[in-house]
Design a protein around this ligand. Sequence first.
Ligand SMILES: Cc1cc2nc3c(=O)[nH]c(=O)nc-3n(C[C@H](O)[C@H](O)[C@H](O)COP(=O)(O)O)c2cc1C
Length: 214
Amino acid sequence: MSNYASLRQEYKKHQLSEQNALVDPLAQFEVWFHEASESGVLEPNAFTLATVGENGTPSARVLLLKGVDSGGFVFYTNYKSDKAKDIKQFPVGAMVFLWLELERQVRISGPISKVSREESEAYFHTRPRESQIGAWVSPQSQVITSRAVIEENLAAMQEKFKDTEVIPLPENWGGYRLMPVEIEFWQGRPNRLHDRLLYSEHEDGGWAIERLAP
Ligand SMILES: Cc1cc2nc3c(=O)[nH]c(=O)nc-3n(C[C@H](O)[C@H](O)[C@H](O)COP(=O)(O)O)c2cc1C
């Protein structure tokens, strides 16, 4: 068995206090996201999304965040994937961003809903042409017999769309928006005594901020 017990990193780069945290957690997220981007984090928009499936079985995978607005956190995927089946049955999720270079974690949870087809359409057409065709190619999360299935689908779709200027948005592809109900900002501190500030949404739309024990 491998032993990782001797791996030990002290976190001492930053602090997070009630005094320097912004009142609006989405604004606070934007500040940390910007700092992560500026710090050379590879794919700062990568996050883990946890969903709940049949019989309460949890499932988690990494996705890319494509936008944040007053409605929430937007990502794109296949509407027939396993995660989409989970979301259909239990329209809730939890996201985790890890920005190790800054010794920071952000946890976000809340209800998830599909974005409008117009919004998906607008985003879809900003993707490179090959990625747009790619969305037609893969039956995401299904078992396939070999890599050849994907290569053959790709060749067939490239042929199908060879004279098509604007690739249409597939029915089974689009965005979701997670509307935050709770957002926790975690800042690593020395001796494992980290800073944790939890924002919880009030009924009136404002946010309460509480400090959690590390
Ligand atoms: C860095 C990274 C970024 C990813 N981004 C996405 C994404 O934005 N959308 C997506 O559907 N899958 C993305 N994936 C693939 C997912 O992790 C996952 O394999 C896929 O969505 C199928 O998940 P599911 O079977 O749970 O539905 C990404 C994977 C990695 C490692």
